[in-house]
Design a protein around this ligand. Structure first.
Ligand SMILES: Nc1nc2c(ncn2[C@@H]2O[C@H](COP(=O)(O)OP(=O)(O)OP(=O)(O)O)[C@@H](O)[C@H]2O)c(=O)[nH]1
Ligand SMILES: [Mg+2]
Length: 392
């Protein structure tokens, strides 16, 4: 655990916490005073001056001040280079670098396979099938891709092994063209309520922190809801993110009913004029209560407090778990009706092909991908960029 609690008499306060609560006092008038004071004490308990000092050394992108270049970022150092171009290259370069293990697993082996080959024969197709399958693309997507290649070969449209990569690339991009899920939309003046689910440790809380930062950059007022009340310190972890991105966190004591937190949070979000509400949930319960039942209850309570909420249910999946992610996705989708997938930890895994398999098999969109632990290591998913980063 990287934070620790402090005793209630400590004198030091996080400037950000004080700033947020001053805003709360002003918003809610004298009645808000008591709540705000209580929240200052609670949040203060989770704040560590040493860590905050370290955070201050970092700018909002999570980089340490003075460190203007990230590992793998393509920056030739040329001063005259066009700024936009540099930004784009840096952005894409970083994506490419973070996906490098997937690239060498999939494309490295594919290049070795076609090297020196003059034609596409059955042996070559069998080997290609094995490469695709062992890159976690999944059985269905692999079979479809091989089927398309076989058809092209049979029709004599495809005979050059060198062209294989291009054909696969084009067809994989097509796999991502799926129909939009049935996401709800908030009414005028209502907040967009997003419930974030997934098994323990996949990166739900981190994704919420990064997403809050993403929405804040679009000038949205974001409210975080600590509905993982089962794991000790889960709320503290969310409060640290809230502090970092400047978003209030609605919380109750550990062990409280998660639905009760949501029951209070939604009217609070409406009265405070929040644009986006992100609900953090548990990945595993320490009680006999079934996780899916608990999550369904949160859905029901949300809908009771605001018709149509949660408007979106994001399933967070850890890419390093490979094929297991597909079975998790099926289970959550069946119980809760997932609207979007967030694939985390794509950095450092060779199993990035799972992105293709999951989206294709479940016909669900990949909304964001996580490519690291920093605040800006969450990217809206773009199929062409993703496929190009792997294939180029
Ligand atoms: N490398 C990498 N690590 C990540 C990414 N996303 C999350 N993590 C790390 O994964 C670990 C677990 O993340 P959490 O956000 O606590 O996961 P969670 O799903 O909320 O876990 P529970 O609350 O226990 O269910 C943390 O160490 C995160 O920093 C990512 O995209 N890349
Ligand atoms: Mg969590």
């Amino acid at each position: 655990m990287f934070w620790r609690k402090k005793d209630k008499n400590q004198k030091e306060y996080s400037p950000k916490i004080l700033e947020q609560h001053e805003a709360l006092r002003q918003e809610e008038g004298p009645q808000g005073q008591e709540t705000a004071d209580k929240k200052v004490m609670e949040e203060q308990a989770a704040w560590i001056p040493e860590r905050a000092e370290k955070e201050q050394q970092k700018d909002i992108s999570g980089r340490t001040k003075g460190q203007d270049k990230e590992e793998g970022e393509e920056d030739s150092g040329s001063i005259v280079r066009d700024r936009e171009e540099k930004k784009k290259n840096g952005f894409f370069g970083r994506l490419k670098e973070r996906l490098s293990k997937t690239k060498s697993s999939l494309i490295g082996r594919m290049d070795a396979l076609v090297l020196g080959k003059k034609e596409i024969d059955d042996d070559l197709l069998d080997d290609l099938e094995e490469i695709l399958f062992t890159s976690d693309i999944g059985v269905t997507a692999t079979q479809e891709l091989i089927g398309l290649v076989r058809e092209g070969v049979a029709r004599k449209e495809l005979n050059n092994p060198e062209k294989l990569k291009q054909v696969l690339q084009e067809n994989i991009i097509k796999f991502f063209e799926i129909s939009e899920p049935r996401r709800g939309r908030p009414g005028p003046g209502e907040p967009l309520v997003i419930m974030v689910v997934g098994v323990n440790g996949v990166g739900k809380t981190t994704t919420i922190g990064k997403t809050a930062n993403y929405f804040k950059a679009q000038r949205k007022k974001v409210l975080l809801v600590a509905a993982d009340t089962f794991r000790a310190a889960a709320t503290d972890q969310l409060v640290i993110w809230g502090d970092r991105v400047g978003s209030n966190v609605i919380r109750q004591q550990d062990g409280a009913d998660p639905s009760a937190v949501v029951f209070d949070a939604i009217p609070a979000a409406i009265s405070r004029g929040a644009d986006v509400v992100l609900i953090d949930t548990a990945g595993r319960l320490h009680t006999k209560i079934n996780l899916m039942d608990e999550l369904k209850k949160i859905q029901r309570v949300s809908n009771k407090q605001l018709t149509g909420a949660p408007h979106e249910v994001w399933l967070v999946l850890d890419a390093t778990t490979g094929q297991n992610a597909i079975s998790q996705a099926e289970m959550f989708h069946k119980a809760l009706g997932i609207t979007d997938i967030v694939l985390t930890k794509l950095d450092g895994t060779a199993k990035g092909g799972i992105v293709i398999g999951i989206s294709h098999q479940l016909q669900l969109p990949i909304r964001f991908i996580g490519i690291g632990e920093q605040i800006d290591d969450l990217r809206p998913f773009n199929a062409s960029d993703f496929v190009e980063a792997i294939f180029s």
